[in-house]
Design a protein around this ligand. Sequence first.
Ligand code: TYD
Length: 209
Amino acid sequence: MDKGRFITIEGGEGAGKTTLIQALAHTLKADGYTVMVTREPGGIRIAEQIRGVILDCDNTMMEPRTEALLYAAARRQHLTEKIMPALQAGQIVICDRFIDSSLAYQGHARGIGMDAIRSINQFAIDGIMPDLTLFMDIEPEVGLQRVRQGDGREINRLDLEDMQFHRLVREGYMLLMQEEPERMVRIDAGGTPEQVLEAALAVIKGRFS
Ligand code: TYD
């Protein structure tokens, strides 16, 4: 890996993205790479403020397109302020969620349509796409069970959606994988953290070494 690489990690609730990202960063750093870990929505002050508005459980009035535009706005700021400078400096950027979250959640599950979400996001990302996206696939029932049993993170407004919503999110990701099988690779998120890490490393090394 001799130049910046942009890797995004996607998946439904409770897929174990955070655990995988920490382990990946640890392993790649030990191998001598410079790694920057970040997350959406958020990652920098302005985007964290937007995140607060989007995920506030009291904001039940939020209209779907408002939500989609806020995610895209947070993405733009995060991309230009944090991700692009790191890529230009040759780092490996591992980002927890990116455009595919908007396509799966707002485009497919909320029913706005993937084409509409793609077009507002093109304005936000201006052609910058991940080099590789790992889709951590888990049955929504299992993922939500993990969240409810308490994996340490707070319950947010999107966790409160019904099961059908989370099934649609998964379906959305499946559609995206069919569209871009080169960029987006499925990882079975049902295994142990060690198995998931091993599978993810195999894909990353196979792709970039
Ligand atoms: P977060 O607490 O980061 O959850 P997770 O650990 O599952 O990533 O909350 C992010 C929530 O925002 C999550 O429910 C997915 C949702 N989301 C979208 O709906 N669209 C998007 O574009 C992004 C980035 C996230």
